[in-house]
Design a protein around this ligand. Structure first.
Ligand code: G4F
Length: 304
C-alpha cells in the first residue's frame, strides 16, 4: 500500500486530495496545526519548526509527499511578509532537507503557483520568466527553486505543480471567488445588500479544484519536472461577479461596490496558463471553466 503525506490537509486542496488518494487505495497522513485535530493519521506539525517537520517525516516515512501547507493569502502576505516567507518559502526547504536526510526515496510535490509569473505577459507557460508581485510570490519563488535545486543536486524525485487559480465550494472566504459566492447567497437570503471588492479588472484563469488535485497526483506518477495546470481561459473579477450574480438571477452591478482598502500595493493583472505540457505528458485536461465554476459555488452556498 502506498503511503502519502499531505501538508495542509485541512485546506481546500488537501481535503480533496486526501479523498482522491484514499479512493485510490493510499494510506493518507496529513499535518495539522491544532492539537484537537490530531489522530493516528493527522500529525501535529509546525512547518516553521525544523524538529517538528523532521519528526513527521520520520514517523510517516511516506512514499509520496504533497506539500500544500503555506500562508496562501496573497493580500495578507503584504501585512506579514516575514511570517509568510517562513511558512511558505523556508518551510519548503525544511521539508526538502527532511526528505533528503530521512526519506530520500519519497516523491515530492510542491504547490507552486501562477503568482510566480506576476507581471509577465499572458499566456504563461513553463518557459515564461518569473516576476512575482507580492511577498507571497517571492516566497513561492524561493520554494520553486529549492525544489529544482534538490532535484538537480541530490537526485530527489521532486516536482513543482505551477497551478493557476482553482476554486470550489471549499475555498476559503478570504479569496475573491468565495467572497463573491457567499455574498450572492447572503444577498439572495436578504441578509446583505452589497459586497465590497478591490480590483475588478484583474484577470485570472480559474479552474475547479477537484480537477487540479488529480493533476497533482498525475505529476508525481511521472518523471520529476515542473508542470503548469490551468484551463487556458481568462476572466476578470468583474466577469466572475457577473456570472455568480446571474446564477442567482441577480444583476452584479446592483450589488458590487469597490473600495481602495481592498486593493493590494501591487497586483497581478493577467494570468492565463498554457498547460499543453500537462495535457501532452500527463493526459490532464480540465473541463470546468469560470462560468460553470461560478454557478457551482453559488449553488452550493445558496443550499448551505
Ligand atoms: O482570490 P484572490 O485572493 O487570489 P490570488 O491573489 O490570485 O491568489 C490565489 O491564487 C494563487 C494562484 O495563482 C495562489 F497561489 C494563491 O495562494 C491564492 O490561492 O484574488 C484574485 C484577484 C486579485 O487580483 C485581487 O486583487 O482578485 C482581486 N480582488 C478584488 N477584490 C480581490 C478582492 N481579492 C480578494 N481576496 N478579495 C477582494 O475583495
Amino acid at each position: 500500500m502506498t503511503t502519502a503525506l499531505i501538508t495542509g490537509i485541512t485546506g481546500q486542496d488537501g481535503s480533496y486530495l486526501a479523498e482522491l488518494l484514499e479512493h485510490r487505495g493510499y494510506t493518507v497522513h496529513g499535518t495539522v496545526r491544532r492539537h484537537q485535530q490530531v489522530t493516528p493519521t493527522r500529525h501535529l506539525c509546525d512547518l516553521t519548526d525544523t524538529a517538528s517537520v523532521d519528526k513527521v517525516v520520520d514517523e510517516v516515512r511516506p512514499d509520496e509527499i504533497y506539500h500544500l501547507g503555506a500562508q496562501t493569502h496573497v493580500g495578507e502576505s503584504f501585512k506579514s511578509p516575514i511570517a509568510t516567507f517562513d511558512a511558505t518559502g523556508a518551510a519548503t526547504l525544511r521539508l526538502l532537507e527532511a526528505v533528503r536526510r530521512i526519506a530520500p526515496q519519497a516523491r515530492f510535490y510542491q504547490a507552486a503557483t501562477s503568482e510566480l509569473f506576476g507581471i509577465s505577459p499572458a499566456p504563461q507557460s513553463e518557459s515564461t520568466p518569473f516576476h512575482p508581485r507580492s511577498p507571497y510570490g517571492v516566497a513561492k519563488l524561493a520554494a520553486y527553486w529549492a525544489v529544482v535545486n534538490y532535484r538537480e543536486a541530490y537526485g530527489l524525485h521532486a516536482s513543482n505543480g505551477i497551478l493557476f487559480n482553482h476554486e470550489s465550494p471549499r475555498r476559503g472566504a478570504g479569496f475573491v471567488t468565495r467572497k463573491i459566492s457567499l455574498a450572492v447567497a447572503a444577498i439572495k437570503r436578504g441578509d446583505a445588500d452589497t459586497v465590497t471588492l478591490g480590483n475588478l479588472d484583474a484577470r485570472r484563469d480559474w479552474g475547479f479544484a477537484p480537477e487540479y488535485v488529480d493533476g497533482m497526483h498525475r505529476i508525481l506518477q511521472h518523471a520529476p519536472g515542473d508542470y503548469i495546470l490551468a484551463t487556458g481561459t481568462s476572466y476578470s473579477v468583474r466577469d466572475f461577479a457577473e456570472h455568480a450574480f446571474a446564477a442567482a438571477d441577480l444583476d452584479w452591478a446592483d450589488h458590487v461596490r469597490t473600495a481602495e482598502a481592498q486593493q493590494r500595493p501591487a497586483d497581478v493583472p493577467d494570468l492565463v496558463g498554457d498547460s499543453s505540457r500537462a495535457r501532452d505528458e500527463l493526459g490532464w485536461v480540465p473541463t470546468i471553466h469560470t462560468p460553470e465554476l461560478a454557478r457551482i459555488m453559488v449553488t452550493a452556498d445558496m443550499a448551505a
